[in-house]
Structures are given as C-alpha cells and as structure tokens.
Design a protein around this ligand. Sequence first.
Ligand SMILES: [Zn+2]
Length: 68
Amino acid sequence: MGKTIRICPKCKKPSLKPAYNVSGWLAPDMFRCEECGYIGNFYLEVEPEEYLKFQKYLRDKEEDEHSQ
Ligand SMILES: [Zn+2]
C-alpha cells in the first residue's frame, strides 16, 4: 500500500543505493549499501512504520548488550 523502505540485510540501515558496475552502467536489481559497503540483490523491505519499530528494537537490544 504505502511507500516501503529498503534496508541493508547486513547493517540494517536504509542506506541502499542502486549499484553500478565498473563500466558505470546500472546493474539491474543490484544495490549497494553506503553504510557498510554491502553489494547484492537481496534486501529487506519494510513499511516506514515497521522500520521505526525495528529501529527501536535495535536500540533496545543495544542497550541490553551495553548493560551486561
Ligand atoms: Zn549495510
């Protein structure tokens, strides 16, 4: 229905950009993550609302790890 956000499967950041091959041509269905350098055609796609929940989940998880 609404606009979805593509998330990097590696670092979970919405930093995926279309990937270009060495000739500078657009590689179909390939994405590159500006955050961690991931390149591939696999990505996670979520609703903006889901992404906010996901970010909160990651924050909570991080806080748990820091408090141990
Ligand atoms: Zn990434």
